[in-house]
Write a protein that binds this ligand. Structure first.
Ligand code: GLC
Ligand code: GLC
Length: 648
């Protein structure tokens, strides 16, 4: 064990020893492109100490640590050499302007390649649509080679270097990335790094009995290992298999599978796994991917006697990947997917770890506020848990391709006299439509009879009441549902961070129950909110009399509100205490300007006292940013589900 004061000294010695080896090995490249080589070496000098400290903490006690470290440096040098000139230009631009993602111009969207547009060529043909919406960030759901049949919507990856042949080729992906970039849109992909599919070459070799590859995973001869671990583990997909391990009759062994039994968890305690995944990461960066969504970050490190979620080493690993990116693909950013307790979510967010993160708390509490017509939990969460480093940003969304879990903190709820455990029963009953008077039409996901835990599936429109209103009610309820959709999108577009739309929600797509007829999907209710895009319906967005047109044009108005007002850039907010439990209110300050945002989460008109404007707006005159009208300094009525932005 090396003492902390020793680490600086050994870091320096290590770099002194390794640097000449790289210079020797890549001599011809250094001669050919001296400036480029210099810039690389400068970044290596700058970030090596951090990379060394992190990898040393993770792997320093292994006898072959230096072997792996040297290999890692060689790989990342080679990867930099392979990077295209266009991407190197992007690197320089991003390094000069690291906070580019704070701009109010940022607008994100996410879709499945096949469900949205058939294949990669189809996605390319939709670039005009992306521009019409105003996108600057496009997340394509996993598009890699996967097993036939069940593959968890692409999250069981058989090769990180091959596109699913049904969708296209890696060359097409790289071309698409370039074309999107030239249109001002950054390509976002997943790095599914907690597990591979059982058909990945590494897993196949492990199954064939190759010891080197068996160490890539966590494989056990009998139940004694799994049993001792499982005493402390949460069940993630209990419908599919109990616990976290799956028995493989072909090898007569137990494999660690946190999610589905065909998704094998990688063993990051093995430095070879770390190095190989670093290579896969840089390979994707070199195709032109600008943001990697780090999938299931909470689960990547395992330690006996713990829950094996959110362990300190998980953070060290991501920070080490981050240091590698800074050296060999500086434009690359990480987005964390940690759908866990709010205290744990923020631990992944920092310029040295994930610069971007989903905001699952905001997402869940927007739905909570719609169900309860009360904003107490949401306001409290925004006041206490929204603030993150100014060099990072939230990804704010109302729903994703996954289920909605009620990940608010029970302790926070208790301070408002809300019993979190019981409140979740209410929310689950509400969003599955079982609660009397509920407007929502969602489905339960992964109901666990042991813990009574459930999560919720459903499209934004179906959860917001549109499905029920159209099928069972009147035009008045349709109107309310649409207003709910605008309300929660209004918040994600103005609150600070990058708003992310699930494509289809912008025209109000409803749940699609046809997944039940597909054996590969029927067990997983999340497919209800991942429908095929019907482009005939999408065309109706131009017709303001159609439902699609109403939703689309209303959302476009809110998107324009964001894009036309630089005050919505950055991530600073101040909460307004309205004294009214139905109204969410916050200030977006920017220089000497302030925008006041009000969102009424109830059907009833609410009145905001005029003196609040002076108090929080620091002014006597205000403009309504949505209609350009001057607003007099007196009490303001907010109609049911009204969303207003006033600027001073
Ligand atoms: C992530 C994905 C989810 C997937 C899981 C396992 O949480 O968002 O869709 O099922 O990882 O890969
Ligand atoms: C994530 C979340 C979990 C979610 C799962 C699959 O890892 O932790 O809540 O259900 O992915 O959707």
């Amino acid at each position: 064990m090396i003492e902390p004061q020793e680490i600086d000294r050994i870091t320096e010695i290590s770099l002194k020893r390794l640097r000449p080896r790289l210079e020797k090995r890549f001599r011809s490249y250094a001669k050919k492109s001296p400036d480029d080589w210099q810039s690389f070496m400068a970044r290596l000098d700058k970030h090596f100490p951090r990379l060394f400290r992190l990898t040393h903490q993770l792997y320093g006690e292994q006898y072959d640590f230096f072997y792996h470290l040297e290999e890692l440096l060689e790989n990342l040098t080679q990867s930099w050499i392979n990077r295209t000139a266009e991407l190197k230009t992007l690197d320089a631009r991003r390094e000069a302007e690291p906070l580019w993602f704070h701009s109010n111009q940022m607008l994100g969207a996410v879709c499945y390649v096949d469900l949205f547009a058939g294949n990669l060529e189809g996605v390319r043909s939709k670039i005009p649509y992306f521009k019409e919406l105003g996108l600057t960030y496009l997340h394509l759901m996993p598009l890699f080679r996967v097993p036939q049949g069940q593959n968890d919507g692409g999250y069981a990856v058989s090769s990180y270097r091959q596109v699913n042949p049904a969708l296209g080729t890696m060359d097409q992906l790289a071309e698409l990335a370039g074309e999107l970039r030239r249109e001002g849109i950054s390509l976002v992909l997943d790095l599914v790094f907690n597990h591979t599919s059982e058909e990945h070459l590494w897993a196949r070799k492990a199954r064939a009995g190759e010891p080197e590859f068996q160490e890539f995973y966590r494989i056990y001869h009998d139940r004694s290992g799994p049993d001792t671990y499982e005493a402390h583990l949460r069940e993630i997909f209990p419908d599919e298999h109990p616990g976290a391990f799956s028995y493989r009759p072909d090898i007569d062994q137990w494999v660690w599978t946190t999610f589905h039994s065909y998704q094998w968890d990688l063993n990051y305690a093995n430095p070879a796994v770390f190095n190989r995944m670093a290579q896969e990461m840089l390979f994707l960066a070199n195709q032109g991917v600008e943001v990697l969504r780090l999938d299931a970050v909470a689960f990547i490190w395992k330690q006996l006697g713990t829950s094996c979620e959110n362990l300190p080493e998980a953070h060290l690993l991501i920070q080490a990947f981050n240091a590698i990116a800074r050296i060999a693909a500086p434009a690359l950013l990480f987005k964390s997917e940690a759908i866990v307790h709010p205290e744990e979510v923020v631990r992944y967010i920092s310029p040295q770890e994930c610069q971007l993160s989903y905001n699952p708390l905001l997402m869940a509490l927007l739905w909570n506020s719609l169900a309860t017509r009360e904003v107490r939990l949401l306001s409290q969460a925004l006041r206490e848990r929204f603030k993150i480093s100014p060099q990072t940003a939230w990804i704010n969304y109302v729903r994703s391709h996954d289920d909605i879990g009620w990940t608010f903190s029970d302790e926070d709820a208790a301070r408002l006299d809300i019993n979190g455990y019981h409140h979740r029963f209410f929310l689950n009953a509400f969003y599955t439509g079982r609660f009397p008077g509920s407007f929502a039409r969602g489905l339960p996901f992964q109901e666990n009879p042991k813990t009574r835990d459930v999560r919720i599936s459903g499209t934004c429109a179906s959860l917001a009441g549109l499905e029920k209103a159209l099928n069972e009610e009147t035009a008045a309820e349709v109107d309310l549902a649409i207003r709910r959709i605008f309300l929660i999108h209004g918040v994600i577009l103005t609150i600070g961070g990058i708003p992310l739309i699930y494509l289809g929600d912008e025209v109000g797509i409803l749940n699609d129950y046809s997944y039940r007829a597909d054996p590969a999907k029927t067990e997983d209710s999340r497919w209800v909110h991942r429908p095929f895009t019907d482009w005939n319906r999408m065309e109706k967005r131009h017709d303001p009399a159609s439902l699609e047109g109403r939703v689309f044009q209303g959302l476009k108005r809110l998107i324009n509100l964001r894009k036309q007002n630089p005050i919505f850039s950055g991530n600073v907010i101040e909460m307004i205490d309205t004294g009214n439990e139905r109204v969410l209110a916050y200030v977006r300050p920017q220089g000497n300007q302030r925008a006041l945002v009000f969102a009424n989460f109830s059907e009833q008109t609410q009145t905001i006292p005029g003196n609040l404007f002076r108090l929080y707006g620091l002014s006597y005159s205000f403009t309504d940013l949505l209609d350009g009208q001057q607003v007099p300094m007196r009490d303001l009525d907010l109609a049911g589900f009204d969303f207003k932005c006033l600027a001073s």
